[in-house]
Design a protein around this ligand. Structure first.
Ligand code: NAD
Length: 357
């Protein structure tokens, strides 16, 4: 089991260290190799995804990724910005299917900004297409003034585009995931305005005919954004494109109390996967030792289940996370009165202890 460890920037290094600690406590044999990615890689090698990092990722069974980015890179040419490393890994490894489960742990019902009755028992799965849509559209660009200055720019454009095979394969992933859950899929689109998403809707409907045991409904993205906070438990599996999925999954994160609780998996056709928390590098709290490592630890559990064939080890980690929450331990983002506030390190240590007992 070869794991590429790519901590990245900001809190990435802090939270990945805790997840590695938890993996090491399982008593399994892993081959782990660490490499720079994102801003850290740009600083050291002049590129956010250096060839050696990409090679390590390609040769691994799975990648454990922290987060990349910092405001200080915002003025760099886009190709050198840290976030390009994630897009590069997704594209090069063909990681087209992003799984973002949003589960509200009963111990954290009070940490959400929504009423407890709306989110208690919440367990939804957002499946986001990850290698198409406007984030990878061509052409893209900005028509700048003849003098090349930004203030003189006339327009900017990114092309939204999906091909039939791209929609078909993510639709199959969603229907198959639904077969293992409550057999309901909601496909989110904007078919009333965008040709791309009328096509999306048509293709998803067509694929759905191969899964007569799964109920399919369609929802416009603006309504889906509203329903997610109005009655989130109405959803089970949600499948959508790259941009809508990006936004809706962050919204769903807040249903669970904190984005620091949300793991994610991005898989390719051969189940090789990149596992990362749903949040970013949080430069505002980096280096303070207060970031919540649980999303990354839960991402490691998803890695064991999806890419490394170790479902029991995944169950053990998830049970250990529930144990520490039941013990009342909370990082700052999920803290509420009557619980005990801990830092990143202490939270990781507590999960390790829960694993061992
Ligand atoms: P962010 O997710 O980094 O932070 C949003 C808010 O959530 C911040 O207040 C942060 O402190 C908090 N937060 C995030 N993770 C947390 C954790 N584990 N524990 C406690 N609090 C946490 O999003 P942002 O501020 O919009 O972006 C910061 C940088 O991250 C940007 O450079 C952005 O491009 C990058 N980013 C990277 C990824 C990725 O690596 N996959 C994803 C999103 C954003």
């Amino acid at each position: 089991m070869k794991i590429a460890i790519l901590p990245g920037d900001g809190i990435g290094t802090e939270i990945v260290a805790e997840a590695v600690k938890v993996l090491n406590a399982l008593g399994l044999r892993f081959e782990m190799e660490t490499a720079l990615v994102g801003g850290a890689a740009f600083d050291a090698h002049g590129h956010p995804l250096p060839p050696a990092t990409l090679k390590l990722a390609q040769e691994a069974d799975a990648i454990l990724f922290g987060a990349v980015g910092d405001w200080k890179y915002d003025t760099l040419d886009r190709q050198f910005r840290p976030e390009q490393a994630i897009l590069g890994l997704r594209k090069n490894l063909g990681l087209f299917a992003n799984f973002r489960p949003a589960i509200c742990y009963e111990q954290l019902v009070g940490a959400s900004s929504l009423k407890p009755e709306l989110i208690a028992g919440l367990d939804i799965l957002i499946i986001r297409e990850l290698t198409g849509d406007i984030y990878f559209g061509q052409p893209r660009g900005r028509r700048v003034a003849p003098d090349g200055n930004f203030p003189g720019a006339e327009e900017a454009f990114d092309t939204m585009r999906y091909t039939r095979p791209e929609i078909e394969r993510i639709a199959h992933v969603a229907f198959q995931a639904a077969q293992k859950r409550s057999k309901r899929v909601t496909s989110v689109d904007k078919a009333n305005v965008l040709e791309t998403f009328q096509f999306w809707k048509d293709v998803v409907t067509e694929v759905g005919k191969q899964y007569p045991d799964v109920a399919l409904d369609h929802m416009y993205v603006d309504n889906a954004a509203m329903q997610l906070v109005k009655a989130p438990k109405k959803f089970d599996v949600v499948v959508t494109g790259n941009m809508f999925g990006d936004i809706l999954s962050d919204e769903a994160a807040m249903l669970t109390g904190s984005i620091g609780m949300l793991p994610s998996a991005s898989l390719n056709a051969s189940n090789q996967g990149l596992y990362e928390p749903s949040h970013g590098s949080a430069p505002d709290i980096a280096g303070k030792g207060i970031a919540n490592p649980l999303a990354t630890i839960l991402s490691a559990a998803m890695m064991l289940r999806f890419s490394l064939g170790q479902p029991q080890a995944a169950d053990r980690i998830e049970a250990a996370v529930k144990t520490v929450l039941s013990q009342g331990l909370r990082t700052a983002d999920i803290y509420s009165a009557g619980t005990r506030r801990v830092g990143t390190l202490e939270m990781g240590d507590a999960v390790v202890r829960a694993l061992q007992t």
